[in-house]
Design a protein around this ligand. Structure first.
Ligand SMILES: [Zn+2]
Ligand SMILES: [Zn+2]
Length: 131
């Protein structure tokens, strides 16, 4: 059976299916993730062509010159991150239905982490090493 995952926002107006493989989870400690999520994010990733979004309330916010963030316009859940011109989408792991079968494998932007928590015990890598 081909790999398939589902997920949704908090209110359920946005749901999605991923009809393909998901990358292991990466934690990101950058300031943008802190601001949008309330702490830090943990995200998987899939090929853009494998992601099917269901519902009308998804909004995209241009968060930098190179990327945008997808969230539910009704409940505000952070769902996706994608870099302009690339064929992959990061999927914030908290939106995925359980069990995900995924494992947190690495983390990025540790230098800008919040001072109120400890880093998880996984390898630290550069964002450029991921894609
Ligand atoms: Zn919602
Ligand atoms: Zn980040």
């Amino acid at each position: 059976m081909p790999e398939q995952h589902r997920g949704s926002c908090l209110c359920g107006e946005v749901s999605y299916e991923i009809r393909g493989a998901l990358r292991p989870v990466v934690a990101c400690h950058c300031r943008q993730c802190q601001k949008t999520s309330g702490s830090y994010v943990m995200a998987s990733q899939c090929q853009a062509a494998d992601l099917v979004i269901i519902g009308e309330s998804l909004k995209w916010f241009t968060s930098s010159e190179t990327a945008e963030r997808g969230f539910c316009g009704t409940c505000g859940s952070n769902l996706f991150w994608r870099r302009f011109g690339k064929d992959y989408v990061s999927i914030f792991a908290g939106g995925l239905d359980l069990p995900t079968g995924l494992v947190l494998e690495s983390q990025i932007h540790c230098e800008s982490k919040g001072d109120y928590y400890s880093l998880p015990e996984v390898q630290q890598v550069e964002q450029s090493q991921l894609n």
